[in-house]
Design a protein around this ligand. Sequence first.
Ligand code: SAH
Length: 406
Amino acid sequence: MALIISKLLRAGPYAQHATLRALSMRLRLCYAHAMSARSAHKEPLAAPFPMLMNLLALDLESAERLVRDLGWPRYRAQQIFRWLYRGRVRDIEQMTDLSQAERAQLRTIATIGRFQDCRIVKSTDGTRKFLIRLEDDLIVESVLIPEDGWLTLCLSSQVGCTLDCGFCLTGRMGLKRNLKAYEIVDQVLTIQDRLEPGETLTNLVLMGMGEPLANLDAVTEAVVRLTNSHWGVGIPARRITLSTAGLAPRLKDVAALGVNLAVSLNATTNAQRDQLMPAINRLHPLNTLLAACRAYLLPPRRRLTFEYVLLAGVNDTEQDARRLTKLLSGMRCKVNLIPFNEFNGSGFQRPDDDTVLRFQSVLRRAGFHAFIRKSKGRDVLGACGQLGRLPESREPAILTPVGAGC
Ligand code: SAH
């Protein structure tokens, strides 16, 4: 013990944290063993340690370590994960293929820390926005978008955002914090629990609050849990799209995940992009970003998506459209045009429909697949770039809660 303490005092803060966590896990395991021995003699259980570990916070490797330390067979880890991600259980007691003694043992050291509180607001077009309260009382937003037989869930990866894109409300909030992997996954679990009869999620897009590639480790782990077809949620990677403002060196990590990549270009010159997306364009200017896109290893039959927010009088002229065709020439890609979704105090305006159509037709004439994204959920501030709240703002009056509780 003295050795551990002296090592701890010399270690840096990260190592201290990790060692303390490992130590507390060991203590809890000893406790679980003692408890299971006692329960065999039918003695009443004393109150467990107040800090239970959250099973959702474990990756598969840590779960396998846990079951090994409990003296259980290794496959128990996947069995537990199936209950968490397929069964969406909220109580260890519901894991009915563990024996009662095993469940009791697990409950002395662990819990399932699912979200407790969410509010749903519904748009007149059927879009539903979920406002989910996190452990530290921050609110994260996810948006469910039904359209033409698809049901797409837009997930957040951060509370607020690392970046400062001028046309995005989330960017105005600043970064509150990164979401943990389980907080990204729990958005899916929570919303699956709240689907209406007959509804099934068909697609996931990481296009909500935050810059996913600025929280790459958590996003990677979340994608693993969401896509695994044995013990995970089981959503195929090809049905997931990750959208980035352009963290160029990290694009290759998206290819490794097997999900689709969307890049928010939004400008056709460095001067324009510096003005609209200053932080990211300073880090990775247009030419660096486009070089990374050209080097991106696209699986067969897939296309890169480029998103382009159309801002009236700023980047929506035919000249902009022609420059865009030059920048993207020869790339296997499609372009999603997103007419600006307004919010108070943005300083930008949405272009009129004719301007948007003219922009699209320049791209189409040059042979590009160009689509105009329908802006769904605008009345509940649930459309692209409308998630989050300014520090001083009160809840907009247009939000009509339709449900509460997770
Ligand atoms: N940070 C990531 C994902 C979040 S934003 C990214 O930048 O890609 C998701 C998409 O919404 C991006 O394409 C972004 O350019 C767009 N967007 C942001 N604010 C918008 C607004 N007010 N109106 C329309 N689109 C917006």
